[in-house]
Ligand binder design. Sequence first.
Ligand SMILES: [Zn+2]
Ligand SMILES: [Zn+2]
Length: 211
Amino acid sequence: MRTTIIYDNTVFRNDLHADWGFSALVEAHGKRILFDTGGSGSILLSNMEKLGIDPNGIEDVFISHYHFDHTGGLSAFLDQNNAVRVWVPSSFRGVKNAKEVIEVDNSVKLYEGIHSTGELERVEQSLCIETQKGVVVIAGCSHPKMAHIMSAASEFGKVYGIIGGLHGNSPESLGNVDFICATHCTQYIPEIKSLFPDAYVEGGAGKVIEI
Ligand SMILES: [Zn+2]
Ligand SMILES: [Zn+2]
């Protein structure tokens, strides 16, 4: 699988725009999924353009939770390409102008090897990708407790790694993962780095992660 961070609080590539929010392109099992959309449509679309990501090459949009820094770019994206399936947690209402909107409550298989944890704690779903190394979790802010996300993700196999925002979660709650790209709203980055020196990698818009 390949994950390209499009939108983040920090930049990995200096030609991109940093802004509070998160979005990533997840390519796996022959699918290209836009995970969240950041806070601003214009920043999302301009970072995508600089990264060479064509909005029209995307067939699925996965929204982790309703917070504006994850959904603010959605309508601008849909203005470019509305022939997409949008997977939303059922607490997030009001997506218009898309080919199909799928409200997610319980865990669900999107495609072979690609799953949602389901909407946990009535707020957020995470995307789970099966890889040769184990399951990789892509999380928006991780508002549900990390233990809850990890146990939901392990339904699909042993969890290998996590990519995304880990807001409010203690480093210890990450348990036994081998790969951590903790970015966006993560509060304990120095502690995570020191507890997981081999697993931790830097995030930021423009970062490409191949697993
Ligand atoms: Zn956030
Ligand atoms: Zn949030």
